[in-house]
Design a protein around this ligand. Structure first.
Ligand SMILES: Cc1cc2nc3c(=O)[nH]c(=O)nc-3n(C[C@H](O)[C@H](O)[C@H](O)COP(=O)(O)OP(=O)(O)OC[C@H]3O[C@@H](n4cnc5c(N)ncnc54)[C@H](O)[C@@H]3O)c2cc1C
Length: 507
């Protein structure tokens, strides 16, 4: 433990959802926390920003984890965390998770009601109906096991013992499914090539990987909970979630300091003792949590070469090209769904730009746009290498962005005719923007598992540096707001027990 004056028990680097969740739970448990965030606002990839009366989601728009009452298993972490913090976040239920628009005119909304969705999918593949039902039932089985288990740290023997002894059958069943992939399980039941492509896009739409590379356990959460807890949109936009977590931290006496970039994690004899900010000031603590990516934490914030993490240790997910559009409301037809995924041809769905993600959350929450208008957020995968030869602010960069955006808009016009003429505001972001705003290595969506690696090979919260922990999408279980919330819960649980103040399970 450091002998220097401590700024807090626990310092958190970054106010992404993983970092804020860990800070809020620790602070509520009586451990003092101090969060340093480089930006002027919290939330990272789950923040909102405002332009000319429109409020945009910077990244995430599809939210799990907000179900109430009977529909709410242990996976409904936002509900349980905000209940614990005594803070309310209003949400609006979304009747459809995603509306897929796929090659050969294959269009399918994923309805909240599982039977309606399965009937619609089976209508396209009548001979595969039995296999379809069996496969999605496997996902529900995984979901049922997970949603009955309390969230905790897989590195905490006390938690593992508690779950193993109170739910031995579920634990065994889960252990048997842990090493299985979603794609292999799908192939057990279904054979039609187009149907298996659909299963791939079901994985790709949130995991940015095909089904064979996606663990069954992750699929059991994302593709089943949408039919139980459902998809719920926070009123006011994605930024409402980090704002509420900051409110929780402050309510119990903690602090979130903005415009405070951490330049170095201080390590003394292999033990993390605090951080150094870009302004040169040093702050000490008993423990440090990094909410930065694994590459930024080990290759930029830690100075010692022995901690380096090669880019190749994981599959680095690409970054994004994003369009934030303010549009005339008349372009969105009555009954249009909020979230869409567009694939023009199967050969390129997983290549840069191959799949278009598209959300218009003002359909659910009109407060996001001026009267009669809508916000539209569209994005495709893109790599930093495609953009880094441009000088920021140059005419050439602006022109390249506009041309790239125009091509995407024209593809979206297949489902939203007249979109290009309805645009009243256009804000464009490339992987360079992503890298700069969020301090994410190459603007990446984060590390993915390589084919053959299993879910338990994702980094957990502990690190090789004593008293340095990680939370966020570089850690188990991975990308997505609900997943990083889990990582924040498990990180806080581990640290709280270590400091003799174990957290109660969230209820
Ligand atoms: C375009 C896009 C769409 C997405 N859509 C969805 C969706 O619909 N649903 C969903 O669930 N998920 C979605 N996601 C994924 C989800 O948003 C992320 O997985 C999640 O928000 C990442 O959280 P995190 O805790 O890892 O931190 P991040 O969001 O990466 O935040 C980290 C924070 O740390 C700060 N920081 C970093 N380094 C430092 C430093 N040295 N000093 C101080 N501060 C620092 C950054 O500024 C940032 O605020 C999407 C992501 C993107 C990019």
């Amino acid at each position: 433990m450091s002998s220097k004056n401590e700024s807090a028990d626990v310092i958190v680097i970054g106010s992404g959802i993983g970092g804020l969740t860990a800070a809020a739970l620790l602070q509520e448990r009586g451990l003092s926390t101090l969060v340093f965030e480089k930006n002027r606002f919290p939330g990272g990839s789950c923040s909102s920003f405002q332009r000319e009366g429109y409020r945009f989601d910077a990244g995430a728009s599809v939210f799990y984890g907000f179900a109430e009452g009977e529909r709410s298993g242990t996976l409904n972490l936002h509900t349980k965390i905000f209940k614990k913090l005594g803070i309310s976040v209003a949400t609006i239920p979304d009747p459809v998770q995603i509306h897929y628009h796929l090659p050969q005119g294959f269009a399918l909304p994923v309805y909240y009601n599982l039977q309606t969705f399965l009937a619609a999918l089976s209508a396209r593949f009548p001979r595969e109906e039995e296999g379809i039902r069996k496969f999605y039932q496997e996902l529900v089985d995984v979901y049922d096991i997970l949603s009955a288990m309390p969230a905790g740290s897989l590195e905490d023997p006390a938690h593992l013992f508690s779950v193993g002894t109170s739910q031995p059958l579920s634990t065994m069943a889960l252990a048997m499914k842990t090493f299985r992939s979603m794609g292999k399980t799908a192939r057990k039941y279904m054979h039609d090539e187009e149907l298996l492509r659909f299963i791939d896009i079901e994985a790709y739409s949130w995991a940015v990987q095909d089904a064979l590379s996606t663990p069954l356990v992750n699929a059991g959460i994302c593709l089943a909970d949408r039919h139980f807890g459902g998809i719920n949109y926070p009123v006011g936009g994605s930024g409402a979630i980090p704002e509420a977590l900051c409110q929780g931290i402050r309510k119990f006496g903690g602090e979130v300091r903005f415009k405070s970039e951490v330049s170095e994690i201080l390590v003394e004899n292999g033990v993390a003792s605090g951080v150094k900010l870009a302004d040169g000031s040093e702050h000490y603590a008993k423990a440090v949590i990094s909410n930065a990516t694994i590459w930024d934490t080990f290759n930029r914030l830690l100075q010692e070469p022995r901690y380096r993490v090669e880019e190749e240790r994981f599959l680095r997910a690409p970054s994004w090209f994003q369009l934030f559009l303010g549009v005339d409301g008349s372009v969105i037809p009555e009954g249009f769904h909020v979230h869409h995924v567009l694939v023009d041809e199967w050969e390129s769905y997983n290549k840069p730009g191959g799949t278009i993600y598209f959300s218009a959350p003002s359909i659910l929450d009109p407060s996001l746009a001026p009267p009669g208008k809508h916000v539209v957020h569209a994005f495709v995968t893109s790599e930093v290498d495609e953009w880094q030869h441009f000088t920021r602010g140059s005419e050439a960069y602006k022109k390249a962005k506009e041309e790239f955006a125009a091509a995407i808009i024209s593809r979206i016009e297949s489902i939203l005719p007249g979109l290009s003429r309805a645009i009243e505001l256009q804000v464009l972001a490339t992987p360079l923007t992503h890298e700069r705003y969020l301090n994410r290595f190459k603007g990446s969506y984060g590390p993915l598992l390589k084919a053959g690696q299993h879910i338990l090979q994702k980094p957990q919260n502990r690190t090789p540096v004593k008293n340095l922990y990680m939370a966020g999408d570089s850690t188990f279980p991975g990308q997505g707001v609900i997943a990083v919330t889990y990582s924040g819960v498990s990180c806080a649980s581990y640290i709280a027990r270590k400091f003799g103040k174990p957290l109660d399970y969230l209820s």
